[in-house]
Design a protein around this ligand. Sequence first.
Ligand code: COI
Length: 355
Amino acid sequence: MENLRFEKRAELKQKPTDESSLGFGKLTTDYMLAINYTGAKGWHDARIVPYGPLSLDPATSSLHYGQLIFEGLKAYKTGGGEIVMFRPRENIKRMNTGLERLCIPTLDEDFTLDAIRELVNTERGWIPSGDGTSLYIRPFILATDPVLGVTASDSYLFLTILSPVGSYYKEGMSPVRIFVEDKYTRAGAGGTGYAKCAGNYAGTMLAQKLAAANGYAQVMWLDGKERRYVEEIGTSNAFFVISGEVITPPTSETILAGITRKSSVELLRSLGYTVTERPITTDEVYDAYKAGRLDEAFATGTAAVVSPIGELGWKDEVMKLTGGKIGKVAQTLYDELTGIQLCKKADPFGWVYRV
Ligand code: COI
């Protein structure tokens, strides 16, 4: 690719030998992509360079005020040895939406996609091929002005790092315990909930830690105003199946527009399921559970893929779903989605991007 320089690493890292114990985000590869921005030059100096520590002025504004947006997408090695990514352009579009909200200059979609593809191609030897494994791609942009005043920076650094991963949850593709969080919330009207900005995640860690102390893998977030409407689950989107109908909250200014969520809605509809995007309250979920109509619940996300919910803790109740097994809709969705991602199944939607 023109305008992308390459700086060779003196010594390569040791690649993992046991793909079954990768976990999530523990390892990084040999190279990263970097692009700088200044008001005077725009985005410039795109390069693939050895992965390594950054040198930042301690006054770097993003370290203080969180002017930082990130993304998450995956590359896969198919059974035929091809390298593919899943809907990467969608991630760049979503990143641009978040960048606008945080007053960060947007990216050129084509150039960014080409540059990420080039990085993935450089690091193809790091892409695992075991069941449930992939190469997680983490693009992010941070403000780099060394200024303590609270204003949008004039300089930025775009980076993309790569991590060979297995399952996000230690449980793998098996039912997880989720706690309905009705004290802390992650987003409010007019805020940044829909953007993948670092601060949104910092604010979730206390609730996550408290839930984990009670044996829960993640929390289910409710709306910030009434604590009644389901918004998200941990770092993923929420789905319920009630009397055969699949229901997911509509995306909004407080909900991240998940690409796996959007793909799941389309995919399930194409398989003949009725999928309704509408607000759903915890009361409705509980009433359906009590009436024996809550068939299953699951979460979708790039990292989480499709995570079935085995137990849903709400106030003093624990709703036990699908007898601790993976629900039928979650399993079907997982099989179909990963089938497309790994080119084991036809891709009528054109979602697979060949590297
Ligand atoms: C993803 O699914 O890509 C996410 O962003 C989750 C991440 C925060 C671990």
